[in-house]
Write a protein that binds this ligand. Structure first.
Ligand code: ADP
Ligand code: GLC
Length: 470
C-alpha cells in the first residue's frame, strides 16, 4: 500500500515529544512489512536543517487568507531513515527554530496543510491512505473529502490518530477564511460548540479515528475536554492501537548515546556504569537508588506535584534515595524543581531543558522512572524504561495502565491510583523496599528488558485498519 503520514513532528527531523518518535518509526516498520510509507512534515529551521543537505523536488504556492505563500518540497540527502521524508519549506511561516508556540500557529499549520494538499494533487502515484497525526493536520480529512480543489482525493481513505486530545487547536469563526473556500453547507464539519476546531473536524471527517492506546480510547469516550460527546457519536469508526517503540533506536546493546552498552548478560554492570556517570555529573550518590523523571513539565504529566512529592520523599526517607529530573515546561514547576537543589544537594538534581542524549543516559542509569501523569494517551517513556531495565512507577491511566503491571499483581512495575503527593510517596516507599530485594530486583530488570514493545505488532494493526477501508 502507498501510505502517506502527515505530521508536525518526526524524529530525528523535529521532536517535541512522543509524536515525533511515533511518526519517525511507524512508517519504517510499515515499509518493513512491504508497503510504501512516507512522511510529510514542515521544514523548520532547526539543527536537523543545519546538519543536513536537502534536494528541492517541487515548488508550488499555497493561498491562506489573503496571502500567497511560495513553498518548496525538500528531501534530505545522504540520510537513511527507512522511509521517504518530505519536508515542506514555507518561508515566512516555518523558517523558525521551534515547532510550536508562536502567536501565528493557526496560520502556520493551516498553510502547511494547504501546501501539503496542493502538492499531493501533483502526485502521479496513487495514494492508498492518508494518515494524519494530531490537530495540526486535523483539517486534511475535511479538505480532501469536501473541498473542490482536492476532489481527486474524494475517495481516498483517511485515518486520523489522536495522540493527545487535550490540544485541539480551536479558533474563532472570524478566521474561517484561513481555510480554503468551501460551501457554507459544510461549516458544521469544521465546527464544534461555536468554534472552528481542527481536532473535532478530523474526528468528524476521517474515515477512521485511532488513539494511541485502547485504555485512552475508553477514557476519552467519557472525557476529552469537551469533545467526549462527539467521540461517543463517532465511536463506531474509532479504535485504540497501542504505540510501539523503535527498538533500533532504543536498544541499550547498540545505543550510540551510551558510553557503555549492555544487554541481558551484563545488564547490572551496564546500568551501574550509566548510573555512576550520571551521579558524577549531577553530584549524586551511586550507592543509593536513583529515581528519575523525564518529560514535559506540565500538569498533564503530573509534574506540578513533583516538587512537593520529592521534598517529602527526600525528607521522610532520610536521604535513602537520589532524584534526577530532566524536563522543561511551565515556569512555576521548573522553579519549584530548581528550588530543591539547595536543600538536597548531593541527593537531588535537575536539568531544565531538552537533551536527547541525556534522556538515553537516564533511561539507562536510573533504577526507577516516575510518571505520575494525570493524562497519558500512551506514554513512551515507560516503554523505553522497560527496555533499559528501569522500573516504571506510573499512575494508572491511559497507556500507562495498558502497559505496566504492578509487582503486587505478578508484574514488573509500580502503579498508583492518584496523581498526588501521597500516592507518589507510597510508590517510592514500595520501590525502596523492592530495591532492597537483592535477588528479585535484578531478576525483574531482566524480565522488563525482554518485554516486546516493538512496532511490529502495531504496524500490522494499522495496515489491517487501512485494508478495512478499501
Ligand atoms: P509526550 O509526547 O506526551 O511528551 P511521551 O511519553 O509519548 O510523552 O514521549 C516523550 C518523548 O519525549 C520521549 O522520547 C522522551 O524521552 C522525550 N522527552 C521528553 N522531555 C524530554 C527532555 N527534556 N529531554 C529529552 N527528551 C525528552
Ligand atoms: C502524545 C501523548 C503521549 C503519547 C505520544 C505518542 O504526546 O501525550 O502519551 O505517547 O503522543 O503517541
Amino acid at each position: 500500500m502507498n501510505i502517506v503520514h502527515i505530521s508536525a513532528e518526526c524524529y530525528p527531523a523535529a521532536k517535541a515529544g512522543g509524536l515525533a518518535d511515533v511518526v519517525g518509526a511507524l512508517p519504517k516498520y510499515q515499509n518493513m512489512l512491504g508497503h510504501k510509507a512516507s512522511v510529510i512534515m514542515p521544514f523548520y529551521h532547526n539543527k536537523f536543517r543545519s546538519s543536513n543537505t536537502f534536494k528541492n523536488i517541487f515548488s508550488g504556492y499555497a493561498r491562506m487568507a489573503h496571502a500567497t505563500y511560495i513553498f518548496n518540497v525538500l528531501v534530505p540527502e545522504k540520510i537513511e531513515l527507512g522511509y521517504d521524508l518530505f519536508m515542506i519549506d514555507i518561508p515566512g511561516l516555518f523558517d523558525r527554530e521551534n515547532i510550536y508556540s508562536y502567536a501565528d500557529d493557526t496560520e502556520r499549520f493551516i498553510t502547511f496543510q494547504i501546501a501539503t494538499a496542493n502538492w499531493l494533487c501533483a502526485w502521479e502515484s496513487k495514494i492508498d491512505v492518508v494518515h494524519c497525526h494530531d490537530q495540526h493536520t486535523g483539517f486534511i480529512p475535511f479538505m480532501l473529502s469536501k473541498i473542490w480543489d482536492y476532489r481527486k482525493f474524494e475517495n481516498t481513505p483517511t485515518v486520523f490518530t489522536i495522540h493527545n486530545g487535550e490540544y485541539q487547536g480551536q479558533f474563532t469563526f472570524d478566521k474561517l477564511h484561513f481555510l480554503p473556500p468551501f460551501h457554507s453547507f459544510f461549516n458544521g464539519l469544521v465546527e464544534w460548540r461555536g468554534l472552528i476546531n481542527p481536532l473535532a473536524s478530523a474526528i468528524k471527517c476521517a474515515w477512521k479515528v485511532t488513539t494511541v492506546s485502547p485504555g485512552y480510547m475508553e477514557e476519552i469516550s467519557n472525557f476529552m475536554s469537551g469533545l467526549e460527546d462527539l467521540l461517543k457519536a463517532e465511536r463506531e469508526k474509532c479504535v485504540g492501537i497501542l504505540n510501539g517503540i523503535d527498538t533500533e533506536v532504543w536498544n541499550p546493546e547498540t545505543d550510540p548515546m551510551l558510553d557503555f552498552n549492555y544487554g541481558l548478560e551484563n545488564a547490572d554492570e551496564g546500568k551501574q556504569a550509566a548510573k555512576d556517570k550520571l551521579c558524577k555529573q549531577f553530584n549524586l550518590d551511586p550507592e543509593k537508588p536513583l529515581f528519575a523523571f523525564i518529560g514535559r513539565l506540565v500538569k498533564e504529566k503530573g509534574a506540578d506535584i513533583l516538587p512537593d512529592a520529592i521534598y517529602n520523599a527526600l525528607t521522610k526517607f532520610e536521604n535513602k534515595l537520589n532524584v534526577l529530573i530532566l524536563g522543561s515546561g511551565e515556569h512555576f514547576i521548573e522553579q519549584g524543581l530548581l528550588n530543591l537543589e539547595g536543600p538536597f544537594r548531593g541527593s537531588y538534581s535537575s536539568f531544565i531543558g531538552y537533551n536527547e542524549k541525556l534522556s538515553h543516559e537516564i533511561y539507562a542509569g536510573a533504577d526507577f522512572l516516575l510518571m505520575p501523569s494525570r493524562v497519558e494517551p500512551c506514554g513512551l517513556n515507560q516503554l523505553y524504561a522497560l527496555r533499559y531495565g528501569t522500573v516504571p512507577i506510573v499512575r494508572r491511566t491511559g497507556g500507562l495502565n495498558d502497559t505496566v503491571i504492578d509487582i503486587g499483581d505478578g508484574g514488573f512495575g509500580i502503579c498508583h491510583v492518584h496523581s498526588s503527593t501521597a500516592d507518589v510517596m507510597q510508590s517510592i516507599k514500595r520501590a525502596l523496599k523492592f530495591y532492597d530485594l537483592k535477588q528479585k530486583f535484578p531478576k525483574n530488570r531482566k524480565l522488563m528488558m525482554q518485554i516486546d514493545h516493538s512496532w511490529n505488532k502495531a504496524a500490522s494493526e494499522y495496515v489491517e485498519l487501512y485494508k478495512s477501508m478499501k
